[in-house]
Ligand binder design. Structure first.
Ligand code: SAM
Ligand code: SF4
Length: 332
């Protein structure tokens, strides 16, 4: 097996997050505006075969972990084929997906059969009216059915991502954390990050709830959060267990407790560009090389160049973020 590539700061980068589309069937207030979105034209999206080629090149230069994201990855008509292709690449050790869950009832068994290992479902509230306010399209009932379908299909452990937004869903932090008392699920609370220059970035800035505050609410209601030892140094979630709880309560705190020093990620946008740091605009095109007939080792060299060019980290503390892209165009 090739050694894991290191970036210019000595970080081991072995995790590729692949965005399959910039379309979504929801419109979360901190991610996707209701109108004025810019979508890549369909011919610009990487095909299933091109995605497989990038994954093969990535494994050959030392990548091990892969995640499908979006936009909403389940909107890709060829999602099952993409999973099958990636699961068939020797050296892909971990294949997961992040989704809003709405389309999982029909898809989960087929995804599991195709080789998907794990799934993260995004759910910001356990209250139907607040789901409608924060996630705007889609319903709590649909997302919940998706979570149950994923669990029934064996896509375990179930991880839920909840973005905490001030004045939108603070009331949900405690009930969401309480899910881990009865279930072996991981419920992770995510701080809002501003991406782009539009209204969703403004919501993310104004809505930031530092994880320390969410922790306080949970402890006041449910008892002390018992820290769990990190199992993976690159896990961006700081994990705890509630007294008597079966699952895990996690906090992803890119703003208040940045984890750039242990970043292990590279991102591939739906239209085939390596995006070097979530919260910056630096990108390297790979689609052009793929469509010009580049061999896998040339794609691997491009990926190593992207790894070598990764910036140290984000600059949210200085008020800088992406200008060219919003979250739905990168994939979180
Ligand atoms: N549509 C899928 C979903 O919602 O899970 C996958 C793509 S979405 C961009 C990936 C993750 O990004 C979501 O789980 C959501 O929690 C998170 N997210 C989106 N916008 C965010 C923002 N502005 N700040 C923090 N997290 C955000
Ligand atoms: Fe869609 Fe996911 Fe963005 Fe929500 S967070 S709008 S579900 S891409």
């Amino acid at each position: 097996m090739p050694p894991v590539p290191r970036d210019g700061f000595g970080r081991e980068i072995d995790y590729l997050r692949i965005s399959l589309t910039d379309h979504c069937n929801l419109r979360c207030v901190y991610c996707m505006p209701l109108a004025g979105n810019h979508y890549a034209p369909s011919p610009d999206l990487l095909t299933a075969a091109e995605i497989e080629a990038v994954a093969r090149a990535a494994v050959a230069v030392g990548f091990r972990k892969f995640r499908l994201t979006g936009g909403e990855p389940t909107l890709r008509a060829d999602l099952v084929e993409i999973v099958e292709r990636l699961a068939g690449v020797a050296g892909v050790h971990d294949l997961a997906m992040t989704t809003n869950g709405v389309r999982l009832p029909g898809l989960a068994p087929r995804l599991a059969a195709a080789g998907l290992k794990r799934i993260n479902v995004h759910l910001d509230s356990l209250d139907a009216a607040r789901v409608a306010r924060v996630m705007r399209w889609g319903t709590l009932a649909e997302i919940w059915a998706g979570i149950e379908a994923a669990e029934a299909a064996g896509l375990r452990p179930i991880k839920l991502n909840a973005v905490v937004v001030r004045r939108f869903n603070e009331e949900d932090v405690v009930p969401l954390a309480a899910l881990t008392l009865e279930r072996d699920w991981h419920v992770r609370f995510v701080e809002t990050m501003p991406l782009g220059r539009g209204e969703v970035a403004a919501v993310a800035r104004a809505g930031l709830v530092p994880s320390a505050e969410s922790r306080t609410w949970i402890e006041a209601a449910l008892g002390p959060l018992l820290p769990l030892p990190p199992t993976d140094p690159a896990d961006e979630s700081r994990n705890y267990r509630l007294p008597g709880g079966r699952g895990v309560v996690g906090f992803i705190s890119p703003v208040s407790e940045p984890y750039c020093a242990t970043c292990n990620r590279m991102r591939l946008t739906a239209e085939g560009r390596f995006h070097l740091c979530l919260l910056r605009d630096d990108e390297i095109d790979v689609r052009g090389a793929l469509r010009a007939g580049a061999e896998l080792d040339a794609i691997g060299r491009l990926l190593l160049r992207a790894v070598g060019s990764k910036p140290t980290g984000h600059r949210l503390d200085l008020g800088h973020s992406t200008e060219a892209r919003e979250m739905y165009q990168i994939g979180g």
